[in-house]
Design a protein around this ligand. Sequence first.
Ligand code: XIL
Length: 637
Amino acid sequence: MRALPRLLAALIVAVPLATVTAVANAADDPTPVTVLTKDFEDGTVQGFAGRSAETLAHSTAQAHGGTGSLLTSGRTATWQGPSLDVLPTFTKGTAYTVSVWVRLSTGSDNARLSVERRTGGVAAYDQVVGNTAVSSTGWTQLTGRYTLATDVEFLRLYVETASTTNPIHIDDVTASYVPALPIQTDIPSVKDVITEFPVGAAITGAEILAEHGQLLTKHFDSVTPGNALKWDATEPAENTFTYAQADPLMAYAKSKGLAVRGHTLVWHNQTPAWVFTGADGQPMTATAEDKALLLARLENHIRNVAAHYGTDITVWDVVNEVIDESQSDGLRRSNWFTVAGLDYIRTAFRVAREVAPHAKLFINDYNTNVAAKRDFLFGLVQQLKAEGVPIDGVGHQVHINVNWPTVAETKAMIDKFVPLGIDQQVTEMDVSIYTANSENFPAPPADRLLKQAYVYRDMFALFRQYPGEITSVTLWGLADDNTWLDTFPVTRKDAPLLFDTRLQAKSAYWGVVDPSKIETTSSPSPSNPTTGACAVTYRVTGSWTGGFQGEVTVTNSGGTALTSWNAAWQFTGGQRITQLWGGTLTQSGAAVTVGNASWNGSLAAGASASFGFLANWTGSNPVPAAFSLNGTACTVR
Ligand code: XIL
């Protein structure tokens, strides 16, 4: 379940100081500002260059829109491809939605969209869109979100492939952003309302900047670096320690008086391959020699990383996700376990205690509400504590969703560990709006957000019944604009946190802070009667070869107020909406249906709502002949 793709296979230390999240339709966002448009319609390469000695040329052999594209040929390595200087274009702290259309001239492969940045001459690579199948038979869109989180002197966007060096066509490159909203300063701070334990958020480089930093410090007592302290970030090569990713976060936390949870010293993911490679260059096995080497590396790692931060880190997740309830003994068959048995856990805690005697040492895991897993974890902690292994606490990740688990199961999870006399912390809480991998919403549905608010209300109410037992609760992220659930377990936009993609308080926030306000702050339910009368204006506000921008205003000209709405029409010219704001999009072939966004569903009699979109088209772009609102035909103005 946790086999996460390795983000970066770079030769040089890859430092993900920038955050990258997959993009779905940002349906509740207002009009984006476009900062980059490359359509290759003027016969030039429009500022693109190779990354090495590739040949770049304007091409009319293929075009995504119009008649031209950019062809990069003469590639001699997969990392070579078209690249563009975005240093003058991208501002630190702004989240850009980047899109590139890709087509190979022959064959098929996977393509990626990435950014190379350099600071003080040191290069790092951020992946914006991971491996995506591309071929010579059609165009594929690579689109993702990118936030530069550090000062740089070099910044280039580029396309590369996974395995072949076939020539690459690209076309219709765009980058846009939605202007930030100020954070709400007139609402209670989460940390002032929840006084039973400190409340934290996991952060990446982007969460300490501008409005994000303001939101973080207004509401939270503590932070957990989400990736910056993991093995691949801190010791990418043997005995080469780098703190470039974590140090800025740590310095920020210190300056703002935020406590820091250290995450994590030992895990089976995000651990470089060299750790498990024996002296003979072969993958380690359960030999005495390999075990001794592995434990020595483990000890060296912990001595260095824990010592680097000294007393600034007061809690460490010493080992992460060591339980696998599908094994008869409940122990995960990670490389750690296979080579060293339980001794890797014993060594990790012993060394952590020696280097960081002030810190509370945790064993952290997910799905600890699942009875079988919970019981294996309990048994392991009980056994190790009896041996004298210095475990101070159990971390419950609490990656849950709007339907699962029940409060009773969660209560049983906490109650189980009480007799051990150790701390318990909620370490990575988020509440997905999805209940199945097959679901994919263009925007969070109102009923899911409402359910989510009740889950946050009920879970926090439960946690608050254990003061002194539960010693902190951390959310795995700050706001919905940057959540790992956008790409895990599948790529789709999720909304699992207390603040929305524009950093505004959601009903979930009120679930934690003041449940009496959940109903008044949530949007109305989508079911709604039809009324009988409506009017629509449809405007093309900008158009270019292959694409256009449109704006639609729907007016409730009937006598009854609507609490939600749905506008529908047919795009008979093959137009396809790629991004929509001010509503939620469903397009199936020619049929387009736009529902209200969370904030514009109420339409009093006579009132109007507007939404806008970007779309692709080929050939012609006819204006739709007929529109309906909640199933009723509208007058077209
Ligand atoms: C996640 C990060 O948030 C992602 O950015 C990264 O790509 C994968 O790891 N359990 C854990 C965390 O213990 O370390 C994981 O964090 C989420 C699941």
